[in-house]
Design a protein around this ligand. Structure first.
Ligand SMILES: NC(=O)c1ccc[n+]([C@@H]2O[C@H](COP(=O)([O-])OP(=O)(O)OC[C@H]3O[C@@H](n4cnc5c(N)ncnc54)[C@H](OP(=O)(O)O)[C@@H]3O)[C@@H](O)[C@H]2O)c1
Length: 290
């Protein structure tokens, strides 16, 4: 458990990044709603979403699956991009008035009166979209708008996503709930940011927790020889080892693996039960196979 958005939450949550793509037919919708309900039954209480996941579809799935238990779950969403039709289904929406519009859209599709966490998703570096022209907005202007929305009670906590350590220190005085950056066993470039969050008792919510993330050129934790070797020894799956390493590595880590499979969901939620000793952690971190 870790304190998150004013609650003490199980550290394994669920990410909505892919589910909307599976829910475009009636059968797909029904299956996706059932999967989210199953996640709740398995103890998942933290759901990570965005209006731009399927142009509101991910949020509507959450409302359908969890509307009656709304007060028991934490809904974390994002501002900084908006949905558009096309192969890349989102575009930058970084200006303060666009952040406000994103929050209103999320409130409507989630059918809720408050968003537990809203991440400001910055676009200063790749992978993902880069902000250009009038979409390059000073961080302070965005934080002022989000603080206003928090004062209005529309959002309870402010998160930061895809940021730098310097941006974290700039934002920290307004009160930050959590940080969501790329981080996994094979890419620990943001270790100093993780450490800064841990020092301040702020939740660290890695995205692409198993690497890959749909990018062919990004390494996949589940294919690393040390990970597959440890998985075999412990009778676990490589996914579980990648997730268990994250949990063991830092006490403030909150995971949000997404899946469209009930089997994978059960696997992922069970990863919290896997204990990795010091020797195994060192082997994973050094990439040692023996
Ligand atoms: N802030 C940001 O910029 C940002 C960017 C990307 C993602 N996110 C958030 O972070 C979450 C995690 O991101 P992600 O890209 O790593 O994951 P994701 O988009 O949620 O997708 C996870 C992928 O891993 C597979 N998977 C999950 N559990 C598995 C298991 N036990 N065995 C085998 N395959 C498994 C899933 O396939 P199956 O469906 O077949 O299981 C899916 O293809 C997202 O859902 C989203 O909420 C945020």
């Amino acid at each position: 458990m870790f304190p998150f958005a004013g609650r003490s939450l199980p550290r394994i949550g669920y990410g909505m990044g892919q589910l909307a793509r599976r829910a475009t037919s009636t059968a797909g919708w029904t299956e996706a709603v059932a999967l989210l309900r199953r996640a709740f039954e398995l103890g998942v209480r933290h759901f990570d979403t965005a209006q731009f996941y399927g142009d509101g579809l991910a949020n509507r799935l959450l409302r359908a699956a969890l509307g009656d238990v709304r007060d028991e779950v934490v809904l974390a969403t994002k501002a900084g991009a908006k949905p558009v039709p096309g192969a890349i289904p989102l575009t930058a929406a970084q200006q303060p008035h666009e952040l406000r519009e994103a929050i209103e859209a999320n409130l409507a599709t989630l059918d809720t009166d408050r968003l537990d966490v809203v991440y400001l998703r910055r676009m200063d570096y790749r992978p993902g979209l880069l902000a250009e022209g009038d979409q390059i907005v000073p961080l302070q202007d965005q934080l002022s708008e989000l603080a206003m929305l928090r004062d209005e009670g529309k959002i309870l906590g402010i998160g930061l996503s895809h940021i730098t350590v310097e941006q974290f220190h700039t934002a920290s005085p307004i009160g930050i709930t959590c940080v969501q950056n790329i981080y996994h066993l094979l890419d620990r470039a943001f270790e100093p940011l993780l450490t800064a969050c841990r020092d301040e008792g702020i939740a660290w919510v890695p995205y692409f927790p198993l690497g890959g993330g749909g990018y062919a050129d990004l390494p996949k934790v589940t294919e690393a020889p040390a990970v597959t070797a440890v998985a075999e020894e412990l009778g676990a799956t490589p996914t579980q080892i990648g997730l268990a390493w994250q949990l063991a590595h830092a006490p403030n880590t909150m995971l949000i693996p997404g899946t469209g499979s009930t089997g994978h969901l059960m696997e992922n939620t069970a990863a919290g039960d896997i204990a990795l000793d010091e020797d195994t952690l060192a082997r994973l971190e050094n990439g040692t196979v023996h």
